[in-house]
Design a protein around this ligand. Sequence first.
Ligand SMILES: [Zn+2]
Length: 275
Amino acid sequence: MPVVSLRFALGTAHSNYILDGLKSLDIYLKTNNPKDFRPTFRKKTCKDVHYFPDASFTSLDVSRLIFESNQAQTLCEYHRKGKANTFKADTVTELWSMGFKGKSVSTATEVTPPQEGHLHCGCPIREVAMEFFLWKTTCGLSSNPGLAGWIYAMKELAKQKPSTRSFWNKSIRNYTGLQAEDLISPDYGSDLFELCITLIQLHTQIQRLRILDAPVVVHVLFPDADNGNIEAAMVEYGIEAEVITKAVQLEKYWKELNAKRSVIPLPLITPTRKD
Ligand SMILES: [Zn+2]
């Protein structure tokens, strides 16, 4: 599978530093104590697009923690570097993409719990986490034919305004049906991850065809899932190795998608010209 790993571009010292970050994160995942995922690694993860991409697809909780300061205050990069007038709140006429008016305080004693689902700056955690994931994992090619073959990482997370961030979040979610929780998964990079991401989009498009009463019938089949002769022990092995039970796993996942996931029509605006 053509997975592009940005780590290959890094030197040994950098790789060791990444391993230290990984160890620090692993300790946090066992203890759930934010201090164990050391702020020095969290800050570097936000500043350097090449550094420790795993932090962007471990969990929503870890993505939130990346933006938590020593004072336990969570601010997105835009608001951490911004001035007081960058804090706004959505109104009935303006979507600033900040659900609530946040603030930045200077001491730990002034920090109060943020609104549910939001950072202290008022930005929704899911949108900040999805932007962070896309920033860390997206590879780009230049439009210049002379630069064909070069792969580039993304730059400048800090300059994304919440409204710009929300624009990309909402566009991607609307057209693909993918949510932040689908993308932020510790099995990112595996065949199974890519298959599940593709199935979610397939489910979204099939459901939309049904909503539209489109004259098509789509049956999704997992032929190998019918093989009932696999020994239980082999099934267990297969789950670990992601080999034997892949079709069974995918069929189970597909059934879950159909049972639990609701799909809405693509939210289109009313065109000005209708003829
Ligand atoms: Zn923010």
